[in-house]
Design a protein around this ligand. Structure first.
Ligand SMILES: [Zn+2]
Ligand SMILES: [Zn+2]
Length: 294
């Protein structure tokens, strides 16, 4: 098992520091839970280098009323030095602890070449690709009343279509390795009556891009109360040969490797015995159960 989606800081924390002790503690907790390797994958928007590169992108997007919220979100989050983060994770890795260097990268329409250019300057092992925002709408920030008001007025099929289009474009950009929480758009519990078309398109986006997809326990901690991806989407991934990682999407130590045993059960049920791990953005397969071999 892997835990290939980990954050070091909760969203409520603004200024933050990367420490060897914290990354080492994440490794220790993961190993105790039967995880053989973790990837630390902080949000790109945590870093001042991202703000310098794409900050203000929201001013070009539809959704004027939500622009101030996006600006405040970035001001709150984008305060950490990317170089220091990379140095610390690399140092822990060099000590032989089971960690690889990653990042969770959002989709920036028409800006992914610039983003890829920034990231190419660092020795990342794995890059997660995520869609958290549709225009200026941060649809998964469920404690923001303005965000939730949008969920009340928008057509659910149209929301899923816009999300799926962003996933397709993110895949086509070639900037990332793994689709994080592939059906995150269900986070608030709003799912179309017939979501099949969206599942088919997301699967196709993964197949065409060669990206892996993540099986994540984070959805169990959200209103939707279901793993990412939903069972019919996981089934499509497996049938189409999309490689998988496993993930908790923890934002603090207690959630590291959260429900790893339940994820293992889902993999067994789906007939999946191997996961995809990464070094230097190159994939290799590892067994779900190390004792069982490949
Ligand atoms: Zn995410
Ligand atoms: Zn995340």
């Amino acid at each position: 098992m892997l835990d290939y989606h980990l954050h070091l800081w909760p969203h409520s924390q603004s200024d933050a520091e990367t420490t060897v002790e914290q990354v080492a503690a994440y490794c220790e907790r993961a190993v105790e839970a039967g995880v053989t390797e973790i990837a630390v994958t902080e949000h790109l928007f945590r870093f001042t280098q991202a703000r310098d590169l794409v900050g203000g992108f929201w001013n070009d997007l539809p959704g004027e009323a939500l622009r101030p919220g996006m600006a405040a979100y970035w001001d709150h989050h984008a305060r950490v030095d990317l170089d220091a983060y990379v140095e610390v994770v690399e140092a822990v890795k060099a000590e032989g602890l089971p960690v690889v260097l990653g990042l969770e990268v959002d989709y920036y329409q028409d800006r992914m070449d610039e983003v890829a250019g920034l990231l190419a300057g660092y020795p990342f092992d794995v890059l997660l690709g995520s869609v958290h925002w549709l225009g200026t709408w941060r649809f998964d920030v469920l404690n923001d009343p303005l965000v939730m008001a949008e969920w009340e007025v928008r057509d659910i099929d149209a929301v899923w279509d816009e999300y799926t289009r962003a996933m397709e474009e993110l895949g086509a950009s070639g900037a990332c390795d793994v689709f994080a929480h592939p059906d995150l758009v269900k986070v608030a519990g709003r799912v179309p009556a017939v979501p099949d078309e969206f599942y088919d398109r997301i699967t196709e986006a993964a197949v065409r891009s060669g990206m892996a997809a993540e099986l994540s326990s984070a959805g169990w901690r959200k209103p939707v109360g279901e793993e990412y991806p939903a069972p019919p989407l996981l089934k499509r991934f497996v049938e189409q040969g999309v490689p998988l990682t496993t993930a908790s999407d923890a934002h603090s130590l207690p959630d590291v490797a959260d429900r790893a045993d339940d994820l293992r059960e889902l993999l067994h049920g789906a007939g999946v015995s191997r996961l995809q791990a990464y070094r230097g953005r190159r994939p290799h397969l590892v067994p779900v159960d190390p004792s069982g071999g490949l």
